[in-house]
Design a protein around this ligand. Structure first.
Ligand code: PXG
Length: 294
């Protein structure tokens, strides 16, 4: 099937050019849905179980009932990856509450809609992983957890992240760093932040209202495996500006060094040694773990 692209929609693999979303899909009308971005490395789906578990966690929080059990969704993800034939790719799973006009979920007469696609994706040019990213703090704040719980990876919340990303772009930065309303450092628009100071790693605590990234968890495990210390203190911009090294983690961005924040150069302005070691370890890890696409 190579060459053609397929999208899995509610149980069927449909050629991409014939894959449509209903006009009154609640995700389309109100951002009433959730999603996961998942990587395929070397014909293996990375952290499949973790991503599907997070998807079900988001669904449970939004009271959206998925029309299939986790094993069936995992099989559908693997099947979509297989049909599209990318040895290295990016899978996007989107679930919406269903199709129906009006806020009231009673108007929805369909089961939840499930869409799965697989594409090739490089978020940043390869040389940026060598030279490092420029990051700007943005004025767009993280929504507080009493408004939108960050552990719910719901589509609607991403308007904030899109505006933050555009704000960063306007400042000539590749990513935007978002703060909580209290001014603590939270996360970037689609990635988590790590700092290195005196050989030890820090990253903002998940309880602050950030997404507990699966790449973040992976990097914490790899760092601990190397004997490095990892803690989750409250971080302010002072800590960021005075770090020895910094990097971002996310499924799309992978592990990418950050060498400048708001015009302050981090360390000597080049990706640091611990960052480089973690990038190498992450790349090695992704090649051999993961569920074979088959
Ligand atoms: N923070 C936020 C706000 C995210 O959306 C991460 C951190 C990193 O989490 P993972 O689990 O990927 O390590 C994310 C990741 C997309 C897309 O278009 C998805 C994300 C980010 C940007 C784009 O599918 N999620």
């Amino acid at each position: 099937m190579s060459g053609h692209q397929y999208v899995w929609i509610n149980g069927d693999l449909v050629p991409q050019e014939r894959a449509f979303v209903p006009l009154y899909d609640h995700g389309m009308l109100y951002g009433d849905g959730l999603f996961e971005g998942i990587r395929v490395y070397n014909n293996r789906v990375f952290k499949l179980e973790e991503h599907v578990a997070r998807l079900y966690g988001s669904a449970q929080a939004l009271n959206i009932v998925l029309p299939a059990a986790p094993a069936a969704i995992r099989a559908a993800i693997l099947g979509t990856a297989r049909a599209n034939g990318h040895a290295n790719g990016y899978i996007r799973v989107t679930v919406t509450r269903g199709t129906g006009l009006g806020l009231d979920p009673k108007h929805i007469k369909t089961p939840a809609n499930v869409y799965i696609s697989c594409e090739q994706l490089s978020l940043y040019p390869q040389e940026m992983y060598e030279t490092g990213l420029i990051v700007a703090t943005v004025s767009t704040r993280l929504p507080s957890p009493d408004v939108i719980d960050p552990r719910v990876k719901c589509t609607g919340k991403y308007i904030n992240n899109i505006l933050a990303k555009a704000e960063a772009n306007r400042q000539g930065a590749g990513e935007g760093l978002m703060l909580t309303r209290e001014g603590y450092v939270g996360e970037a628009t689609g990635d988590n932040l790590f700092l290195v100071k005196n050989g030890a790693l820090t990253t903002p605590p998940a309880s602050l209202g950030i997404l507990q990234g699966i790449t973040r968890d992976t990097v914490i495990d790899l760092a601990l495996g190397m004997g490095l210390s990892v803690t989750e203190p409250l971080i302010t911009l002072y800590d960021v500006y005075n770090a020895d090294e910094a990097f971002l983690t996310g499924t799309a961005a992978e592990v990418i060094p950050a060498v400048q924040f708001d015009g302050r150069t981090i360390g000597d302005g080049k990706p640091g040694p611990i960052t480089r070691r973690l990038i190498a370890a992450f790349r090695k890890h992704t090649q051999t773990t993961g569920v074979p696409v088959g």
